[in-house]
Design a protein around this ligand. Sequence first.
Ligand code: COS
Length: 385
Amino acid sequence: MDYQLDDFQQELAQQAARIGREKIRPVAAEYDVAGEFPWDIVKVFADSGFYGLWVDEEYGGVGRGVMDLVLVTEELSKYCGGIALAVAASALGSFPIVISGSPEQKEKYLPALAAGEALAAFGLTEPTAGSDAGSIQTRAEKKGDKYVLNGTKVFITNGGVAKIYTIIANTDPGKGSRGASAFIVEEGTPGFSYGKVEDKMGIRASATRELIFEDCEIPEENRIGREGEGFAVAMKTLDKSRPGVAAQALGIAAGALDLATEYASQREQFGQSIIRFQAIQFMLADMATEVEAARAMLYATARMVDSGAKHIAKESAMCKVKASDVAMKVTTDAVQIFGGYGYMRDYPVEKFMRDAKITQIYEGTNQIQRMVVARSLIKEIQRAS
Ligand code: COS
């Protein structure tokens, strides 16, 4: 399909595809086994300008947007969904500053983030607050011109490798989601340390770690927005970042489809390549159709986000649900087409299935996304009546 990409986007997608083929494909399995963060490839991403895509020119970026982030994430994820996440997770961690940061905060933090000299991470989830983001326990207590943070964040993507953390904490515990505030915390701040490194099923080249705050003092000027606005900052961030997860899912699905098509055309049974059998053809046809449907929905959503549209929660959630469910189905079918070989780690396709699974879970489970969609439908009907 022709998605009418502009010249910059076409070149960007080609550049990301080249990096995927040349730099990621040869090492994806090694990083997966080792569960190591790919610093050498992050350097390539930084040199390619990927971290500046979503940052305005006045703060050192190129002032593009979510659509460009989506294109890069999709292409890189065709080769490794875990390594690709080093870009999308930094976008997630930067978005609170991009969306709601003060000019001073943008000036202080965005240039290093745009250059890829520093990575960002977003800290919302806690041991007892995942889907129910309004019930976070991490406390930020105001003391003079400082806040004192106490609490633990878990499953933080880019945890331990990022230098800049955007953290949602409670400034007014009695008020639930209206008592949350957002903060910027720099690596090395006294009282801020890293905890458990997670050993994951998939996206193993991505760093996932606990963040621990013990009497961690943050200057007041590091609060993003006003006190009590933290939940809205988090929700707006997720509205903008979920297309990135959809792009990761789409890339994983498209990569698995390519592998399955290639394998089916080479593998011979009953005296011919298995792609000659209608059973396999129909599977591949359905996989390709679903991948294209997810792509069309994702690109339309990304463009909607970049247009500055006010209500994007529904579409953002929809494209994440669609692409991640497609990724799970397509990667499972790809393993099926590979048969016994697909189940073995000697072949690359089982990794795609493992990597796909997380896209149905993080940045809001697909059950939460459906809740967001349904709530938007209710609001729309109320607005219309
Ligand atoms: N943009 C701006 N504000 C939003 C918003 C959005 N997309 N969604 C909700 N809000 C506001 C609401 O308007 C409401 O404001 P008021 O208190 O002024 O009325 C406030 O936030 C609370 O909203 P709501 O009552 O809908 O909150 P709930 O506690 O019911 O939770 C869900 C809503 C489930 C959608 C939210 O908790 C969520 O997204 N959870 C998943 C979190 C997640 O993705 N976790 C993964 C880890 S982060 S990588």
